[in-house]
Ligand binder design. Sequence first.
Ligand SMILES: [Zn+2]
Length: 297
Amino acid sequence: MFSTADQTLKSSLKALGKDFYIKYLQHAVFFQWSSLVGERIAEKIKPALIEHKILFVRVEDATWRTEFQFKKADILKKINDAAECNLLDDIRINNRLEIPAPPKIDEPQFLTPDEIVAQDLPNITLTEEEIAEVERNAAPIENEKLRAVMFDTSLARARLHKCRLKHGWHHCAKCELLVPPTEVLCDGCQRKELEQFRRTIGEIIQDVPWSTYAEIRNELQLRMPHMIGWCRPETVSSVRSSLVQNLARSIDTRDPSQVKRLVMIYRQVPPDQLSADAVRKTMRRLRFDLPGHADDF
Ligand SMILES: [Zn+2]
């Protein structure tokens, strides 16, 4: 995954330790996917995740799922050859929960989904079976007053549910809650996905500190396509700054490889472009975040 021009980068990466080198190579699989497997395959098969030397890919097209089984060994060999080591043991189709992209709305909407539902709610009636079910659910409550309250509340909830379904609400992609037609996730799941999204950005930056915004975005597009709308330059820089602050607080300033990694993340440069001067300047700038204010810099 290195051209002859990149040989200095390769040896600087190796100098930072085997784990770091492997992580870099694994990310290169994402960054260089189309040149590794060819444009035609890259369009249909997308890398999603590497875990324990297994690359999980997304294959949307059903015919390509079969095709993939024939091409798998060849793709694996190409990647391991390019990495010049046994980088991956296997490639598998990722069968984990896939979250669809939000639907496109053609017409401008003047009412919010909630307003549409509220307007139509008075017209919604429940069938006899639906009412009977609400009754059955309230039946075990012994206290008569409480049972009546429960019955009324559940009835109102059932009508709201029915009305929402009528207007295109659907289950959140990760839980049972109903969400408006334009949403994919409920608020709670959205928040969790956003946290995961920021963690993923952090992982990419930690593993390849000099990745550009475009490279990070490309990798996120492959890994968490449903969240790509949240990817903005300021999101990435805010993840980068908190990463720098956290690392600075816990760093052992006597360990040159830890110092180098921190500086690479801060300045967004590869190890072969890291001059002693740049290291000193960066560490001086970060000195108030460092443990004991590190006077050596
Ligand atoms: Zn949810």
